[in-house]
Design a protein around this ligand. Sequence first.
Ligand code: AHR
Length: 501
Amino acid sequence: MSAPSRALVDPSMVIGDIDPRVYGSFVEHMGRCVYDGIYAPDHPSADDAGFRGDVADLVRELGPTILRYPGGNFVSGYHWEDGVGPREARPRRRDLAWRSIETNLVGTNEFLGYARTVGAEPMMAVNLGTRGIDAATALLEYTTLRDGSYWADLRREHGVAEPYDVPVWCLGNEMDGPWQLGHKTAYEYGRLAAETAVAMRRVNPDIELVACGTSKPIMPTFATWEAQVLEQCYQHVDYLSMHMYVDPERAPDLRSLLASGLDIDAYIDAVVASVDYARAAGKHAKPMPLAFDEWNVWYNSRPREIGLWPQAPELIGDIYSLADALVVGSFINSILRRSDRVRIACLAQLVNVIAPIRTEPGGGPAWRQSTFYPFAYASRYGRGDSLHVGLSTTRHDTQAHADVADLDVAAVREASGAVTFFVVNRDLERTIPLELDVRGFARLGPGAMLTHAVLSGPGAEATNAVDDPSVGITEATRRWDGEAVGLPPLSWSMVRLEPNM
Ligand code: AHR
């Protein structure tokens, strides 16, 4: 054990209420996320619609509150009309984004039904790559209007009498990226986003719209993209998106990887600064919240083989280590620490494609990756107000960062009065005792109940497999007498104090 660290929280020091939508995820028609992932009609657990029941159970346990669909890069070439109506009449198409065959057996109605089944709000993206206003307004009408016009009546003909509640819509995907079908300059995209937003609101004024921000912090257009896009569409949209993936193989060493939270914090702060600039320059009264609608660990520098037009190929099916799960824990902490500005966030993706849930090809079992746990615990216990944490801890340097706190901490006060700390111990060797200074919370004195859930495994590189859940959680609850809590080296922890009733 080393010298104790200390986390001070106070009921009056609130960063912001946590929007439950920060615990979102993402379903893209890519690789084996949809087909052979959530959907596998021949699987013994499949429901009448063809969705795997065992996977749906894991999704419910993971607890995503909102699901973004259908892409991702896929959406920028998608004809949504291909995926509705009788299945036997749906075309097989080339998906130009991922160079795969799209069978269209799953489309809008199937996905929206699935989101309902797993208890998540849907968040749809429209194609502003190869298509535009017309396709977007038609899809919005098809999904959200009751009847009395062509597209709404077509949905009813397709057997869905009631419209869906789809509150959030993304105006395209990563339009700043040259890899994107229909990639645009900031001005071109900003204009199209504004025009599409105006038209979509005429169809349905109740929707919330997300404009595309930057796809990764290293983009040469980062920050000027935000300013130029928002110059065109600020008043017409409700969120600006941001995306970020951490590639472990680009980190010079393990300690640098574990310090990724510093880069995530800095990126969020930079996006906030760029949208605040746009707000000031445009003299806009309303603030611009962020939709961090793709984030994760992704071994993106590994060579990728995409065959010739395969159907649901194994694509970026990364297997995650304990260290990767700690980075996921840091992502969540960074998002919680900016809960005043980050109002939507989506772990990309949900199943098989850089995902917390894996299915074995060809109908084998589904299982939890290491990254499943920090998300599942945060989604379950990280609801309420995000609290400022006065943290005193030891610090270190890594090859990529200077002055890194040994602990990465976020804290949440739930409506029940419970206070929960999510903590990554970045130290590779030392158990760090953490003193919880909650003296401002009258009901959390000694005698409160303390739950400590620890994610750990046999080493930084340890991974899970279908028959090997070696990275997992141990959880214990006890009466708390004010003692420090020992955080094992290289671990993610949830430390939860509940008033003793
Ligand atoms: O999530 C995988 C891909 O990453 C998405 O399709 C794209 O939006 C991003 O570049």
